[in-house]
Write a protein that binds this ligand. Structure first.
Ligand code: HAM
Length: 437
């Protein structure tokens, strides 16, 4: 295979036509499930003012400290390619007056995200998120409905082997007590913890619970647990959520070690893990962020959401029971002999395309033999060869490439419609045969 002189950047992917049908299958499942739950799509810019992410995601997080792609624009404004979808959506909701509309607002997005991480399977520098956000409800019923939506998306894609982990990380009030206890506990291990965790001790000790280093995880095993520190309101909220999940028969595990890597979360946090896809096993992460809208300048409004990494969904889907929609193949290839015939095939192709079928003709200048080879290669369902004689007679032979059956069609305005009938008959009968097997 030839190598281009300039290759794609590390941690990015090309999605070629061979793969794109799998992406479309996943995207359609995400979109239609969200719509079934009453969500509407929102699209926001690819880059935002850097301050938006510093203030929402949090300046002590890995995302802000190490992973953002930031550029200084021509004046002196600093912009960052979005590392996640929530911050931009919330900014857009505030900026477009959507906080004055009926609550809850239920929004979904499919977007590119950018994080400068060490690339590996399921971890890229440019990746894609499907995210859902619910704005304007404190009720645990919303947390449960959101989790149910995520579970349904995974199921509809055909990803069955996932585990749902939930936790509550409390509100700023109860969390303050917990962080104090955590800091006291980890301070006993300053000569054992890794360097990153030592720096986390002051800024964000909850992130130590998430450290992948075996030594830090060992120390973290006996650390205080947030659930023991929840205030009455947070505890009631979490108990109510568990009650609804139980009633809906959604299996979950309470995992007090889930802290999430972004600072805006309050109360509920959750992750769906898929164990058979390697080290990057979290296919979905989310939770409540009741303080974020106020932090970004809007009225005090509770909110919650999740995002799924499409690349990880695809890895999981290929290992699961996913059925990908087929790539559409050419319905008719119109071969031509001579210039007049070429013009005729162009007209016919256009009329077939106008009624929604796929038609191709020779735009390369190939011999008839080469045109037919090409028709076979692209798996055209039907073909027709047009020469000067056929134009004079006003009739052409349309051949079913699978069965060899030939139909004579008039070369006039009725061609596209008549061909449409033959194609529909063929497809329907084909399905019928398939059903009978
Ligand atoms: P997150 O956990 O940072 O949360 O990312 C959500 C999902 O995006 C992850 O579970 C993973 O599937 C995928 N993901 C993250 N980083 C990468 C990467 N480098 N390569 C491939 N996939 C990746 C958020 O982004 C929050 N905004 C979710 C949220 C929405 N919370 C509330 N609303």
């Amino acid at each position: 295979m030839a190598e281009p002189s300039i290759k794609r950047p590390k941690g990015t992917q090309d999605i070629t036509p061979k793969e794109v049908n799998k992406w479309q299958t996943v995207e359609v499942a995400c979109k239609t499930t969200a719509e079934d739950y009453g969500f509407s799509e929102i699209r926001t810019p690819t880059f935002e003012d850097t301050k938006l992410f510093v203030r929402s995601v949090g300046d002590a997080t890995d995302v802000v400290q190490k992973e953002m792609y930031t550029v200084t624009s021509k004046g002196d404004s600093e912009f960052t390619l979005k590392p996640e979808g929530t911050a931009g959506v919330i900014r857009a909701v505030i900026e477009n007056g959507m906080l004055n509309e009926a609550f809850p607002q239920k929004l979904f997005y499919l977007t590119q995200c950018f994080r400068h991480e060490k690339p590996q399977a399921g971890r890229l520098r440019e990746f894609h998120q499907f995210g859902c956000e619910i704005i304007g409800t404190k009720s645990p019923a919303a947390d449960a409905d959101l989790i149910m939506l995520a579970a349904d998306v995974l199921e509809r894609i055909g990803i069955v082997e996932t585990k749902l982990n939930i936790n509550s990380i409390g509100c700023p009030n109860c969390r303050a007590e917990y962080i104090k206890a955590l800091r006291e506990y980890f301070s006993q291990y300053t000569d054992t913890l890794c360097e990153t965790c030592i720096s986390r001790l002051e800024k964000n000790p909850m992130r130590i619970l998430d450290c992948k280093s075996p030594i830090c995880s060992e120390v973290a095993k006996n650390a205080p647990v947030i659930l023991d520190y929840l205030c009455d309101e947070c505890k009631e909220h979490f108990d109510a959520l568990k009650g609804i999940l139980d009633a809906m028969e959604i299996e979950y595990r309470v995992n007090p070690r889930i802290v999430r890597g972004l600072d805006y979360y309050t109360k509920t946090v959750f992750e769906f893990i898929c164990d058979n896809i390697g080290a990057q096993a979290t296919v979905c992460g989310g939770g409540r962020y009741d303080g974020l809208i106020r932090e970004l300048g809007g009225a005090d409004t509770p909110a919650l959401g999740f995002a799924m990494g499409i690349e990880r969904l695809l890895i999981a889907a290929k290992r699961g029971r996913a059925e990908f929609i087929d790539r559409a193949s050419c319905d008719i290839y119109l071969a031509s002999i001579g210039q007049d015939a070429l013009l005729k095939t162009a007209q016919l192709a256009r009329s077939v395309r106008d009624i929604g079928f796929i038609a191709e003709y020779d735009i390369v200048g190939r011999s008839l033999n080469a045109q037919m080879k090409y028709a076979n290669k692209i798996k055209a369902k039907f073909s027709a060869v047009i020469g000067d004689d056929d134009i004079k007679k006003g009739i052409i032979k349309v051949k079913n490439m699978e069965t060899g059956k030939i139909d004579n069609l008039r070369l006039d305005d009725s061609f596209a419609e008549k061909f449409g009938d033959i194609l529909t008959d063929y497809i329907l009968n084909d399905d019928l045969d398939f059903d009978c097997l």
